[in-house]
Design a protein around this ligand. Structure first.
Ligand code: PLP
Ligand code: COI
Length: 353
């Protein structure tokens, strides 16, 4: 894609939200990036325009067959006024993996990163700077062709919106109560679990709502076939520290390969902490708990970064992890990753751009 990005600036800039009360994904900046795809033209007409509703035909295929994928990353404003993105190349690679699985045409990752940089520069004054806050970047692609035939759409829109966000969990870094989900399944190997596809989130909502009603923050998903092996927690990857070793489920086709997951594994290895990517069953976790070996449990994802688990419920069993307190390793990972992302720590791996 070599088209130049056309820019149309808003004449009615919005009011910025109070940065002490942002929550997650409720406010949007003044502009958005859009480009279109047509099967005969490829991706074309990249443009930055005022943030506004989009108009779609009621027969647009996304409404009927769910061809929709998205990404999520965060931008930080450093003390010296530079804007930092964290490993955006990983998000672009994953977006193209999602595209491939959903029958959506590939995007040019380098071009999109450039477009995102231009968009953020225009809306730079929206980046909040209070501790724990950032600008969440949400690229997504939808099938727009009006057609009720079941096949891949001939037209798409790629859009990037920006949202100033606070901490994902309003209570900040705070251990959460999790229920192990024994009936519902998020994803199955051979399905679309490894893609960041909208449908995966639709599939997860019912179990999440039930868990919320029962007083839990999220569910822990087991594999769909044996209902035995751990997959993810809510919409995050999960890690267990057992007897000094950190274990995370291996990438298996139904788990999303998180950027934060990869960063955590890399950091742990650098620090000399033993890490294993392998199958791990809920029985193994419970056995470790009974033997006093279950030291820490935490979820990892862009939105929350690190989310410690304080309590894990599995059928009639309740496991209190680290007495419900934030684990030392969870805190160190959170501080290190947010430090790298916000530019307050040196970045020897050149993860930020
Ligand atoms: N798993 C799911 C299902 C997710 O939606 C996310 C969030 O993006 C993650 C894991 C964590 O991925 P990342 O660390 O790239 O945000
Ligand atoms: C994450 O960043 O961890 C997410 O799961 C994003 C979520 C809002 C879909």
């Amino acid at each position: 894609m070599s088209d130049e990005i056309k820019i149309q600036l808003t004449t009615t800039p919005g009011n910025k939200p109070d940065s002490s009360n942002l929550s997650f994904g409720k406010y949007f900046t003044d502009h958005m990036f859009i480009m279109d795809y047509h099967i005969d033209k490829g991706w074309h007409d990249p443009r930055i325009v005022p943030y506004a509703p989009i108009s779609l035909d009621p027969a647009a295929m996304v409404f009927h067959y769910g061809q929709a994928v998205f990404e999520g990353m965060k931008a930080y404003l450093t003390d010296s006024g530079k804007v930092l993105l964290f490993r955006p190349d990983k998000n672009m690679k994953r977006l193209n993996q999602s595209n491939d699985r959903l029958g959506i045409p590939e995007i040019d990752g380098d071009f999109v990163i450039q477009a995102i940089k231009t968009l953020i520069e225009i809306d730079k004054s929206w980046i909040p700077t209070e501790k724990g806050t950032s600008l969440y970047v949400r690229p997504f692609i939808i099938a727009t062709e009006p057609c009720l035939g079941v096949r891949s759409s001939y037209t798409y829109q790629f859009i990037v919106i920006l949202s100033p966000v606070g901490a994902y969990y309003s209570g900040g870094l705070e251990p959460v109560k999790i229920n192990v989900e024994s009936s519902y399944t998020r994803a199955v190997r051979g399905g679309i679990g490894y893609a960041k596809a909208a449908g995966n989130y639709a599939a997860s909502i019912k179990a999440q709502e039930i868990a919320k009603k029962e007083g839990f923050s999220q569910v822990l998903w087991l594999d769909a076939i044996e209902k035995k092996y751990i997959e993810e927690v809510g919409s995050m990857n999960i890690f267990f520290k057992i007897g000094g070793t950190v274990i995370t489920p291996e990438i298996n086709g139904s788990i999303l390969e998180g950027v934060t997951r990869d960063s955590v594994i890399t950091l742990l290895k650098d620090w000399g902490v033993p890490v294993e990517e392998r199958k791990i069953s809920i029985e193994e976790i419970y056995e470790a708990y009974k033997q006093g070996q279950l030291e820490e449990v935490f979820g990892t994802g862009t939105a929350a970064v690190i989310s410690p688990v304080g309590e894990l419920h599995w059928n009639e069993h309740t496991m209190h992890v680290n007495e419900g307190k934030i684990g030392e390793l969870s805190q160190k990972l959170y501080d290190t990753i947010t430090g790298l992302q916000s530019g307050s720590l040196p970045d020897p791996r050149n993860w930020t751009v």
